[in-house]
Design a protein around this ligand. Structure first.
Ligand SMILES: C[S@@+](CC[C@H](N)C(=O)[O-])C[C@H]1O[C@@H](n2cnc3c(N)ncnc32)[C@H](O)[C@@H]1O
Length: 318
C-alpha cells in the first residue's frame, strides 16, 4: 500500500508542482517501480553528478523504512512484497537531491567502516570511503589488546576515532576539532556509539581548537588525521554537491594543500619529546607523501588508496 498519495500538499510552489505532476502518475500506476522510473528519469543539471541511480536507490530504501543492507535489492529493482511509501516526503527529498544536496545530509546518517548510521549534517564533512582504508591501516598496526593513546586531528563527524573504539579494546581516544558544527556533531556521535565501544576503550575528550592552538601535549602512541588538504586552486573543480554543502574549511589546505599538515607535524615534534616512538597515519592529496619525505623527520611511507592514488602517509620514528 502506498500511503499519503491523496494528501493535500502545502509546500513551496516548485515542490508542489513537482509532486502534483508525480502523484498523478503514481495514482495511475500505483506501483513502486513506476515511482522508481520516474525518479530516475529526472536527474539534476550538474553534469558531474554521475551517482543518480545510487542516490535514488538510497532514497527509496530510506523511505521504504528498509535496513541499509536492502539497498542492493532496491538498486536492482527487487521490491518488498507490500511496500509502504510516503510519496510526499519522498518527492520532497527528491527535490533536494535535484538541488545537489548530498544524499548523506538528506538521510541524516551514513554507514562508515564498522559504524552503522553515523549522524551526518551539513556542513560537517561526509565520511569518505578512502578514509575507511586509513582506519584499517591504523587498526592493522595496533597489536590487538595493546593499550594505546590515540589522537584524531580534525574529527569531523568523529568517524575515525569512533571506528577505532568500536574495533579495538584498551584504546584511549582524543580528538581535535576547531569547527563548532563538527565539534558538536562528533560529540553527539560519541554519545550514539559509546555502548558499542570495545572493553576498556573510551573517547576521553575532544579539544575544540585547531591543532596549532592545542596546548596539551601528551605522550600519544598514534596520531591519525584526515585534515583539510585540497590546494586552494583545486577547490573550484569540486562537484557542486561538495562546494554548496560541505564546509570549505574542512577541505581547503592552502596554496599547496599542506597548511594544516605542516601544523600537525609541528605538534608531532612536541609529542616526540614525550614519546619518541609516536606513529602518524594521515590522508592527503596525491603527491603529499612524496613532499613529506623531504620535509619531516622520520621514515615516511606513501600508500595507495583503492583508486590507486598515493594519498596515505605513515610516518614512524623508531
Ligand atoms: C577533511 S575533514 C575530515 C573529517 C573527518 N575526520 C573525516 O575523515 O570524515 C577535516 C576536518 O579537520 C578540521 N580542521 C580544519 N582545520 C583544522 C586545524 N587547523 N586543526 C585541526 N582540525 C582542523 C575541519 O573542521 C574538518 O572537520
Amino acid at each position: 500500500m502506498f500511503t499519503n498519495l491523496t494528501r493535500s500538499f502545502h509546500l513551496s510552489s516548485s515542490i508542489h508542482s513537482t509532486i502534483l505532476k508525480h502523484t498523478s502518475s503514481v495514482r495511475l500506476s500505483s506501483s513502486l517501480s513506476k515511482i522508481h522510473e520516474l525518479a530516475l528519469s529526472d536527474p539534476p543539471d550538474d553534469p558531474q553528478n554521475d551517482e543518480w541511480n545510487l542516490n535514488i536507490a538510497h532514497l527509496l530504501t530510506h523511505h521504504l523504512n528498509l535496513p541499509s543492507n536492502q539497498f542492493t535489492k532496491i538498486l536492482n529493482k527487487s521490491y518488498p512484497p507490500s511496500p509502504s511509501l510516503n510519496a510526499t516526503s519522498f518527492f520532497e527529498d527528491l527535490e533536494k537531491l535535484k538541488n545537489n544536496e548530498p544524499i548523506q545530509y538528506i538521510l541524516g546518517t551514513w554507514d562508515f567502516h564498522i559504524l552503522e548510521n553515523i549522524l551526518c549534517e551539513s556542513p560537517v564533512l561526509i565520511p569518505r570511503p578512502e578514509t575507511e582504508e586509513l582506519v584499517e591501516l591504523l587498526l592493522k598496526d595496533i597489536h590487538e589488546g595493546k593499550e594505546c593513546k590515540v589522537l584524531d586531528i580534525g574529527t569531523g563527524t568523529g568517524c575515525i576515532g569512533l571506528s577505532v573504539l568500536c574495533s579495538l579494546p584498551n584504546i584511549k581516544m582524543y580528538g581535535v576539532e576547531p569547527a563548532s558544527a563538527a565539534y558538536n556533531l562528533s560529540s553527539r556521535n560519541i554519545a550514539k556509539f559509546k555502548n558499542q565501544f570495545k572493553p576498556n576503550s573510551s573517547y576521553v575528550k575532544i579539544y575544540n581548537c585547531g591543532i596549532s592552538e592545542l596546548e596539551d601535549i601528551m605522550s600519544f602512541d598514534y596520531i591519525i588525521t584526515n585534515p583539510p588538504y585540497i590546494p586552494s586552486s583545486d577547490m573550484k573543480g569540486l562537484k557542486l554537491n561538495v562546494l554548496d554543502y560541505e564546509d570549505h574549511a574542512a577541505l581547503e589546505g592552502g596554496q599547496d594543500g599542506l597548511k594544516v599538515i605542516n601544523d600537525i607535524f609541528e605538534y608531532v615534534k612536541k609529542v616526540r619529546k614525550l614519546n619518541g616512538n609516536v606513529k602518524v597515519f594521515g590522508e592527503g592529496d596525491v603527491g603529499h607523501p612524496e613532499v613529506l619525505k623531504g620535509r619531516v623527520e622520520g621514515r615516511v611511507e606513501g600508500i595507495k588508496d583503492f583508486r590507486g592514488m598515493e594519498r596515505f602517509f605513515v610516518v614512524s620514528y623508531e
